[in-house]
Design a protein around this ligand. Sequence first.
Ligand SMILES: Cc1ncc(COP(=O)(O)O)c(C=O)c1O
Length: 400
Amino acid sequence: MSTRVRVSQKSLRFTESVIREMTRLANQHNAINLSQGFPDFPAPEAIKAEAARAVMADVNQYAITWGAKRLRDALVAKQQHFTGLSFDPEREVAVCCGSTECMASVMLALVDPGDEVIVFEPYYENYGPDAILSGAVPRFVRLNAPDWSYDPAVLEAAFNDKTRLIVVNTPNNPTGKVFTRAEMEHIAALCRKWDVICVTDEIYEHILYDGAEHVSMAALDGMRERTVTVSGLSKTWSVTGWRIGWCLAPPDLTNAIRKVHDFLTVGAPAPLQEAAAVALAMPDAYYTELAAKYRERREFLVPILEQAGFHPIAPKGAYYVMTDLSDFGFPDDVTFSRWLIREIGVAGVPGSSFYADPAAGSQRLRFHFARKRETLEAAAERLQSLRSRLPARPESLTRG
Ligand SMILES: Cc1ncc(COP(=O)(O)O)c(C=O)c1O
């Protein structure tokens, strides 16, 4: 019997987030969760105090849909300080419920069905559903291990008359790649040539290692007028649950993004926007210390993964490590990661969830290290027993 009570075709084209599934499984088995990328340490006192003050001062009602004035002012001041670019807080800023909502609003506001969107893969898994929801046709350009560089000819071939925008996430999740200035210049030249918008996800902009340089696309020649810079509070201030993100873009683009954002969520949490303004005014030392602490965590975890047989690729930025599972002999990453949670008590994210073709990531697992030292030490202890506990015939295991 036919019925009109059914879900949309769009919603059938993507599945539940694998990352959140791994978190649930980890909780069920009491595993140490190095899958979903959120910190287990506290946020800075100053911003917590401001959030509490704002709640007690009854900052309880809708903020201006595109962001509280105080936050927009703080944001443009910070952007000017770090990139030298000036933005108009009245016309070029949209504050959203996390950079995730910004990215969805950006796609819905700037892309028409049938337009092509270029995405580097492996990619942060939200970009796939964002493209589907906006009706875009995603074109994937592979980042190749071990340095995660891309083939310039492949990128050049991905641009055409239908290309509306390209998404660049640097520092990158899940690879830890930091796009070099030369790569950013190359992408910029292609955007100018094909008259394409560049959307940069810069949420890990302050988490850099080994002297890596963060290049903001908007600061390159001729790019300010065609770049949407997306970032947020989640990672730099360890408050992923506060849901505050933002984007900076020229007025015509911002206007469209603000309209979509307004009808999706009206606005981001008002008291937390007050706290975000305090966060953005923190001194440079805050960012230096943040990066130094992440460097220590990276330096602890990467050798542990190496000893356990994961062949980790040390990241240049962000807080993820991609690994290679081929030594373990499992048929695929999902089978391995479920086994790792159940038998060893450590959770990572199956690499296939970062690729359009799951086979491309089927021998990879991503760990993150936004964890207290004691959490990482406990994970290290568990991972030490991995080799001795490998099943006799891992290749015969099945998912489930
Ligand atoms: C590349 C990237 N962009 C965006 C987000 C989500 O950020 P938000 O909490 O601001 O929505 C994440 C979270 O893992 C991420 O890795």
